[in-house]
Design a protein around this ligand. Structure first.
Ligand code: BG6
Length: 456
C-alpha cells in the first residue's frame, strides 16, 4: 500500500492528540503537505462542530483560512472501542476513501481492542496501523502485544512510534556521520574514549504521576528514545539510504549492545516525588538514571556509552558528547600536567541544534594549550526544523517506515535494559534542580562533561 487516502485518528479528543497530533496536522495542512479526510474516533458527547472547536483550541494560534481547510477535512465517529457499532459506523464513514492509516493515540491497553474492532469490519485490509509508545512493559509483554497485533496487521503494515525518530536533529546524527568523510575514520574505539548522552528535563512528572510511577526513567525514555539515539551514534553506515538498509544497520548495532549490568547503573528519585498524586507510597521508581552501556563489536569494544536522564534537573537539554583520547605526547615540554583536556565533539539536539568541536589551541603569551569551542548553530545557518510529529504523520500517511521502530529493534531494546528494570533497591534521593545523585558522577569515566549553554 502506498499513500493513504484518509487518516483515522483514534483518541482525537485525548491528551496526546490535543498536545501533539492535532497541532502537527494543522501545520501540515497550513503548509499544504497534507490534505485528506481525517476521521476522528473517540468516546465523546461532542458533535462535529464541538469537535472542530476543540481542535481549534488544540492548534493554538491559527490562520482562519488554513484552519478552515483542516476543519473541512474533519469527520467524527463517536463511540466506545468495545462496541462493534463504532467500527460499523467507521466503516461507513471511511467508505470510498481508499487505503487508510489508523493512528492509535490511545492507551496501549486498547491497541489490540481497536485492531480487532477494525478487523471485524474489514478495515485492517489495505491499511496501516500506527501505535504510540510504550510498546510493552518488558520483553514478554512486548512479545504478547506484538502477537496480538499481528493477528490483524502484518509487520509491513505496522508502525510503532518513537517520536524522537521524527526529530530532525536526531536524524542529523546520521547525516553528520555519513555525509562528512572527516568523522567516520575517527568514529571508533581507537579515537573515542567515551560517549555521553544526556537528556535532562527541568520539570517534574506533573499530572502524570500514575503513568510515570508504573514506568520510571528507564522504561520512559532509555528503552526507546535514548537507545535509538545510541543506535544512530554507533551503527555502521548502511549500504544505501533505503529505509530497510538503515533499519537493518540499527538492528545490527543494537544486537551488539550488551545487557546493562545493575552495577553500571545509578538510579535517583527527586525529593518530594513520593508526594505526587498517583505515586504509590514508598515507590522505588526512579526519576533519574545514569548508566553505562557497551557495544560489543570491533568498532566499539571497551568504549562506554554513558546515558543519563532525569526529571527535575537544572536544564532541559539533549546533548551528546564524544570524548576523544588524549594525544600521546604533550606539545609543551614541562607542562605535561597542564593539558588535561580531551578533544570533544558535542552534538546538541535540544532545545537548539548544532555541533561544537572542543579543540585545543595555544594560549597567547603562554606555553600551554587551552580548549576552544568551534561551533555551528544549525538553525541559524540552515533555518528552522520541522516538529517531530509533522514528520511522523507525514511518514505514516506516505508509508515510509524509516522513522518508526521495527519489531526486532523493540525486542533488542527490551533485552538490553532487562537486567535493570524493577531493581529492588531504593533510588538515591536528589534535590530538585540538581544533576541527580552525586554517585552518578562515577558512571562516566572522568565525570560528566558540562552541558554546553545554548548557541545564543
Ligand atoms: C516522552 C516521555 O516519551 O518523551 C516524557 O514519556 C518526556 O516523559 C518526553 O518528557 C520528551 O519528549 P520531548 O519531545 O518533549 O523532548
Amino acid at each position: 500500500m502506498g499513500h493513504a487516502g484518509a487518516l483515522v485518528l483514534f483518541g482525537i479528543t485525548g491528551d496526546l492528540a490535543h498536545k501533539l497530533v492535532l497541532p502537527a496536522l494543522y501545520r501540515l495542512t497550513a503548509d499544504g503537505v497534507l490534505d485528506l479526510p481525517i476521521i476522528g474516533v473517540a468516546k465523546t458527547d461532542l458533535d462535529l462542530p464541538g469537535l472542530i472547536e476543540k481542535v481549534r483550541t488544540a492548534c493554538g494560534d491559527v490562520h482562519d483560512e488554513a484552519f478552515d481547510k483542516l476543519a473541512a477535512n474533519l469527520r467524527l465517529v463517536a463511540g466506545d472501542y468495545q462496541d462493534p457499532g463504532t467500527f460499523e459506523r467507521l466503516r461507513d464513514e471511511a467508505s470510498g476513501h481508499g487505503p487508510l492509516v489508523h493512528y492509535l493515540a490511545v492507551p496501549p491497553s486498547l491497541f489490540a481492542v481497536v485492531a480487532s474492532g477494525l478487523a471485524s469490519v474489514g478495515l485492517n485490509q489495505d491499511a496501516r496501523l500506527v501505535v504510540e509508545k510504550p510498546f510493552g512493559h518488558d520483553l514478554a509483554s512486548a512479545r504478547e502485544l506484538n502477537a496480538s497485533l499481528l493477528r490483524y496487521f502484518d509487520e509491513e503494515h505496522l508502525r510503532r512510534v518513537d517520536h524522537f525518530l521524527g526529530k530532525e536533529p536526531v536524524e542529523d546524527l546520521l547525516v553528520f556521520r555519513f555525509s562528512n568523510t572527516m568523522i567516520e575514520p575517527i568514529w571508533n574505539r581507537h579515537f573515542v574514549r567515551s560517549v555521553q548522552i544526556t537528556m535532562a528535563e527541568d520539570f517534574d512528572v506533573a499530572d502524570r504521576g500514575a503513568f510515570y510511577d508504573a514506568n520510571g526513567t528507564v522504561r520512559d525514555v532509555v528503552q526507546n528514545h535514548l537507545l535509538q539515539i545510541l543506535a544512530y551514534l554507533a551503527m555502521d553506515a548502511p549500504p544505501s539510504m533505503e529505509a530497510r538498509a538503515q533499519i537493518d544497520e540499527k538492528w545490527r548495532v543494537l544486537r551488539a549492545v550488551k545487557q546493562i549490568e545493575p552495577g553500571d547503573v545509578v538510579r535517583g528519585q527527586y525529593e518530594g516525588y513520593l508526594d505526587t498524586e498517583g505515586v504509590k507510597p514508598g515507590s522505588t521508581t526512579e526519576t533519574y538514571v545514569a548508566l553505562r552501556a557497551y557495544v560489543d563489536n570491533w568498532r566499539w569494544a571497551g568504549v562506554p556509552f554513558c546515558i543519563r536522564s532525569g526529571k527535575n534537573l537544572p536544564t532541559t537539554d539533549l546533548e551528546i558528547v564524544a570524548e576523544l583520547h588524549k594525544p600521546p605526547v604533550t606539545y609543551f615540554k614541562g607542562h605535561e600536567k597542564a593539558v588535561p583536556a580531551h578533544n570533544l565533539i558535542r552534538f546538541r539536539l535540544q532545545p537548539d541544534a548544532g555541533v561544537t568541536f572542543d579543540l585545543l589551541a595555544k594560549e597567547p603569551g603562554k606555553d600551554r594549550a587551552r580548549p576552544v569551542p568551534v561551533s555551528v548553530d544549525f538553525t541559524k545557518i540552515l533555518g528552522p526544523m520541522e516538529a517531530a510529529y509533522q514528520r511522523i504523520l507525514t511518514d505514516a500517511v506516505s508509508g515510509d517506515p524509516r522513522r518508526f521502530v521495527r519489531y526486532d529493534l523493540v525486542e533488542e531494546s527490551w533485552r538490553i535494559v532487562a537486567p535493570i528494570l524493577d531493581l529492588p533497591d531504593r533510588p538515591l534521593p536528589y534535590t530538585r534542580g540538581t544533576w541527580g545523585p552525586t554517585a552518578a558522577e562515577k558512571i562516566a569515566p572522568g565525570g560528566w562533561h558540562e552541558i554546553s549553554t545554548t548557541f545564543d
